[in-house]
Design a protein around this ligand. Structure first.
Ligand SMILES: [Zn+2]
Length: 197
């Protein structure tokens, strides 16, 4: 129906999250109408994005390529004794936006899910226990999605930490069960954080 180059672009765009074939077609035609400089900038940003970023050596949040620590870990005014566990880096900005959290993070890089072949060894749990031994935080907050996978992961880690004197808490269930933390709004997250137990 379209020239091959456009069809190829549509096919690539439809692989992006939340983009179906119709949205991909709209995006492709939007791009056709942009000026060449804009297209060059966009394509070079995409081509180089992996080279421009680094993972924080402590929490695995994203950081720029010249920094081995993310802005959160670099900020010594933050509470160094509280670590909030999240599934992905995408969970950090909404928690930061609540302005109710001033501790550190630890990005697990997924949740335990036997059905998808993801076990504890695939997550950054070893790195977490090492960090806990070295820095002896007082509290670990599980800010994981209220799903079976989130619960399984929290139980697994709580079990690992049972011999260490540390307070663990979970976000309050203002979040509807089974929902993804990524889609929780600021207000809900803020309440969930304050009501943690
Ligand atoms: Zn960090």
């Amino acid at each position: 129906m379209f020239p091959e180059s456009i069809q190829k672009l549509i096919n690539h765009l439809s692989k992006l999250p939340d983009i179906g074939p119709r949205a991909a077609t709209r995006l492709a035609f939007h791009l056709i109408n942009q000026d060449q400089t804009e297209l060059n900038d966009l394509s070079s940003l995409i081509a180089n994005i992996r080279k421009e970023i680094n993972l924080c050596r402590d929490c695995f949040n994203l950081t720029s390529k010249d920094n081995d620590q993310c802005p959160v870990c670099q900020d010594k005014k933050r509470d160094q004794k509280t670590i909030c566990l999240v599934e992905t880096v995408l969970n950090i900005p909404p928690l930061e936006k609540t302005k109710r959290y001033n501790g550190l993070y630890h990005v697990l890089g997924g949740l335990i899910s036997p059905a998808d072949g993801i076990g504890p060894e695939n997550l950054r749990i070893k790195e977490l226990t090492k960090r806990i031994k070295e820095n002896q935080p007082q509290e670990i907050i599980f800010a994981l999605s209220p799903t079976t996978e989130g619960d399984t992961t929290a139980l697994y880690i709580e079990h690992l930490l049972k011999d260490i004197k540390i307070k663990t808490s979970r976000l309050a269930r203002g979040l509807s069960s089974g929902s993804d933390l990524e889609y929780a709004d600021e207000h809900t997250l803020s309440n969930a954080l304050m009501g943690r137990k």
